[in-house]
Design a protein. Structure first.
Length: 116
């Protein structure tokens, strides 16, 4: 992968630990969250290790767009026709607990606002 420290998510990408994978292509991986906050809670991660959204660079623009289109594809695959929420936690104050960029897909129920 790179010289960045291994994370839980890089171990999932490398199949070192199991995950309930629902989608994979050459750039992204999507799997069910082990502590779901909604009936459908899936994480979409880039295979390229970017620690957090704030670390994305201009050369990552195609990958970032691909991640959003992957969210759309996975949401359709999961039958989230009434809508869903996409969340990216960034940094400690943003609630990020794994230093590998990830997009949460939350669906299967109505979402409240404001969150947190």
């Amino acid at each position: 992968m790179s010289d960045r420290p291994e994370t839980l998510f890089s171990k999932i990408i490398n199949r070192e630990i199991p995950a309930d994978i629902v989608y994979e292509d050459n750039l992204a991986l999507a799997f069910r969250d082990i502590a779901p906050q909604a009936p459908v809670h899936i994480l979409v991660i880039p295979k390229q290790p970017i620690p957090k959204l704030a670390d994305a660079e201009s050369q990552d623009h195609a990958l970032m767009g691909h991640l959003l289109l992957t969210v759309k594809r996975v949401a359709e695959q999961e039958g989230l026709t009434n809508g869903y929420r996409v969340v990216i936690n960034t940094g400690a104050d943003g609630g990020q607990t794994v230093d590998h960029l990830h997009l949460h897909i939350l669906g299967g129920r109505a979402m409240a606002w404001p969150p947190g």
